[in-house]
Unconditional design. Structure first.
Length: 101
């Protein structure tokens, strides 16, 4: 399932990770595991943040993927299902509200 993973990093913890060189390594490791189709980084809600759009094929992978973010960065993370335009068209066509024929 295509998902967006959004995270806000704690400023103190991410400052420490940045000073130690661990922040770029954490993000690289995560991106290597997720293989996102899109990845963005920037400030949001006053803190360092990231957004990844990726295919999450096994929900059992969530703990191993996210624990480093919680443990090292004290990050707040959300995972939300998302669709591209083609997937949305297919999904809407399958509803009982779609025109038949």
């Amino acid at each position: 399932m295509r998902v967006m993973i959004r995270g806000h990093m704690d400023t103190v913890a991410s400052n420490e990770a940045l000073k130690s060189g661990r922040l770029p390594a954490l993000m690289s490791d995560l991106m290597e595991k997720l293989k996102p189709e899109a990845a963005y980084f920037g400030p949001s809600e006053g803190v360092r943040s990231f957004w990844f759009v990726c295919d999450l094929t096994d929900s059992a992978a969530v703990p191993s993927l996210l624990e480093p973010l919680f443990f090292d960065l004290h990050a707040e993370v959300e995972i939300q299902p998302v669709m591209n335009p083609e997937e949305m068209k297919r999904g809407l066509a399958a509803t009982s509200y779609a025109p038949k024929g």
